[in-house]
Design a protein around this ligand. Structure first.
Ligand code: GLU
Length: 376
């Protein structure tokens, strides 16, 4: 059964496995941890479990909490070193709290701290999948955050929205609920008069992106609507529903699912697991720019041939994941390259008949084979 409305997120039959992401501003207030609020949310998680749903929590708040305890300014986001130190202090307190509060309902918390590479590298991704699956089957509630104390700028997710979408993919979850300090996606800046909450989004189009306004409104998290839409793109490609709802009210899961207040991004299609992983990759090693003819051919399901390539960017090896873009910069696909970057540059614009001479060996049938490519 497929998820078609917000109420499906509370249905064990349509949504047996749910990821709930909790934003920093909900977990940490001016006085420190918002314990009562978290207690109420944990009661809702326990209720979901009692209905037969498996729940994974993606918890932000480590940096915000640690900054408060260490007395660091800018919410601990003034520098990378501040964020790393704050996260180290905040994470231990946060995990302890989740374990204690879930434990009060007889639930066992399990902590996982992930870095970007844990989900970008195929082998490590499968390893995370195995761990998550085992934990859920054993009855635990995984509580996940980015490993902010060791992640450096270049190798960070930086926001827990995309992390939640990638975790959902790795755990083969049915839906992600992003609890934030906004009701959902509005058709314009929600502060403007007449702004309307979109109940449902079918496909994160450029028009939808244009509705997103800037960064985190609380100034505590790093997300904002932009990263939530990126998360929705990852989820929809993987056939996972994603909802944005406000956590500023009591019983936020019930408010979203029973009252239907929030925005639901419907899953677009169910890509095979491997293609969904490839499509959701965030850091690619390089790019192949293609002409209009090749762009059309890709849209019809063809492989990418050297003749249609107009430029090669980055340094990548054979087998690395690359972006395929059109001349205007629009990302068309992700795929695994059959050649390294130098060979691609040598082959670009050439026909197969001429390639053996250029390479010194028999060419492969395509630069990116359609089986190793996912259209975006
Ligand atoms: N991982 C960060 C933290 O625990 C939060 C990232 C975000 O704001 O989404 O503080």
């Amino acid at each position: 059964m497929k998820i078609a409305r917000l109420s499906d997120l509370a249905d064990a039959a349509t949504c047996p496995r749910l990821v709930v992401k909790v934003g920093s501003s909900l977990l940490v207030g001016k006085q420190g941890v918002r314990r009562q609020w978290i207690e109420a949310l944990v009661a809702e998680i326990a209720a979901a479990r009692a209905r037969g749903q498996q729940v994974i929590v993606v918890s932000s708040g480590a940096i915000a909490l640690g900054a408060a305890r260490l007395g660091l300014d800018k919410g601990g986001r003034g520098s990378l070193a501040d964020a790393q130190a704050a996260a180290a202090v905040g994470q231990i307190a946060l995990s302890g709290l989740w374990a204690e509060l879930l434990g009060a309902h007889g639930l066992t918390a399990a902590q996982l701290l992930l870095t970007l590479e844990d989900l970008e590298d195929r082998r490590r991704y499968l390893n995370a999948t195995a761990t998550l699956t085992r934990l859920l089957d054993a009855g635990a509630v995984p509580v996940i955050n980015e490993n902010d104390s060791v992640a450096t700028q270049e190798i960070r997710f930086g926001d827990n929205d995309r992390l939640a979408a990638r975790v959902a993919q790795a755990a083969r979850a049915d839906a992600v609920l992003l609890l934030s300090d906004v009701d959902g996606l509005f058709d314009r800046n929600p502060a403007e008069p007449g702004a309307r909450l979109l109940p449902e989004v079918r496909g994160v189009t450029p028009e939808i992106h244009a509705m997103a306004t800037g960064g985190s409104s609380s100034g505590m998290g790093s997300g904002g609507m932009t990263s939530k839409l990126q998360a929705a793109e990852i989820a929809e490609l993987a056939g996972i529903a994603l909802a944005i709802a406000s956590g500023l009210h009591d019983a936020p899961i019930a408010r979203a699912t029973a009252e239907g207040i929030g925005t639901l991004f419907l899953p677009r299609r169910k890509a095979g697991a491997r293609k969904a992983w490839l499509g959701g990759r965030l850091r690619l090693k390089g790019a192949l720019v293609v002409d209009a003819g090749a762009a059309n051919a890709l849209g019809r399901g063809s492989s990418l041939l050297a003749a249609g390539i107009t430029a090669v960017e980055g340094q990548f090896q054979r087998g690395d994941a690359v972006t395929i873009r059109d001349g205007a910069g629009k990302v068309l696909a992700h795929g695994l390259s059959e050649y390294d970057a130098d060979e691609c540059a040598r082959l670009q614009g050439t026909q197969s008949a001429d390639q053996a001479a250029l390479l010194g060996y028999a060419p492969r049938s395509a630069v990116v084979h359609r089986d190793q490519m996912v259209l975006l």
